[in-house]
Design a protein. Structure first.
Length: 292
């Protein structure tokens, strides 16, 4: 493998099994334990057992969770075949150089280093999990058809239902494609056999740090990924600050090293801002607006 760009389009029923319903319910303000309704068999007996496992004061809220889940499932079935999700993945040979990842085509991906050491006394950078000699690096962007999150604009409840479901479908697409990368496309874990819950718990080898998350906090990193992946090829555009449209989109890196971990870069010190701006080829004053 030297440099391979791959695109997929999925029907909603193909990615729906990878939806993390706990995050869906969280976006509606439900406590995590009520999101467990998604794991309950749909028959009346099972649902009643689930409902009456809660104290009386929680049952009304639990009933709301059942209703919301049923409406989301109905909407999924209604939209299946009308809307789709999309993924674009780049698999490239490359290596690390300090706090940068360098791809085989010479493109550099400057990264930020953790500001405070962790419990082991280490300040991590994502480049630490890429070999300085030769390795493979994955880049990705996933999204839903833009029209999906724009549906029912005149109905606040239905509009939010479409939006939150679209968000989960974009993340589910990333989960599905990452599994395909590990088992087949990159193939570094061909014998992986994980349940969906194990996928959500990230029991797989490596990690999928997304732009905007603590280890990859600079939203303008999307401009670098866009040059590699051509976001517009799957319908994603960027604002002047690097935010993605549709909002129901996710992007980032795929790293295979078994020790890859999540961490928070934290507040960026001035010396690293200057260094990072130089490595990005962006004025220091401009990079500040992205990371502070």
């Amino acid at each position: 493998m030297n440099y391979e760009l791959i695109q997929y389009t999925f029907s909603l029923h193909e990615v729906a099994p990878y939806i993390n319903w706990l995050y869906f319910f969280h976006s509606w303000g439900f406590p995590a334990h009520l999101g467990s309704i998604a794991k309950v068999h749909g028959c009346s007996a099972c649902r009643n057992n689930w409902l009456y496992s809660f104290k009386i004061k929680e049952r009304a809220r639990a009933q709301e969770a059942i209703k919301l889940f049923d409406e989301a499932q109905h909407l999924l079935n209604t939209l299946d075949g009308v809307f789709h999700t999309h993924a674009c993945i780049l698999l490239s040979e490359g290596h690390s150089e300090g706090d940068d990842i360098v791809l085989s085509n010479g493109v550099r991906l400057p990264l930020l280093r953790q500001q405070q050491p962790d419990e082991d006394g280490i300040c991590w950078c994502l480049s630490d999990f890429v070999s300085p000699k030769q390795d493979t690096i994955g880049c990705f962007v996933c999204t839903t058809d833009q029209g999906m999150e724009e549906q029912m604009a005149d109905d606040e409840y239905q509009h939010m239902l479409h939006q939150t479901l679209a968000d989960r479908l974009a993340e589910a697409t990333a989960e599905k494609t990452h599994e395909m990368v590990r088992r087949q496309l990159w193939g570094y874990a061909p014998n992986e056999q994980l349940t969906v819950d194990e996928l959500f718990a990230e029991k797989y080898q490596g990690k999928r740090p997304a732009v905007g998350y603590p280890s990859l906090p600079d939203q303008s990193f999307n401009f670098l990924l866009d040059k590699l992946l051509d976001f517009t090829s799957i319908g994603v555009t960027l604002t002047e600050n690097g935010a993605m449209r549709p909002h129901a989109s996710t992007s980032g890196l795929m790293l295979s090293h078994p020790a890859t971990k999540h961490f928070s870069v934290g507040k960026i010190a001035e010396d690293q801002i200057v260094d990072y701006a130089q490595r990005r080829g962006i004025a220091t004053k401009d990079i500040r607006k992205y990371i502070n």
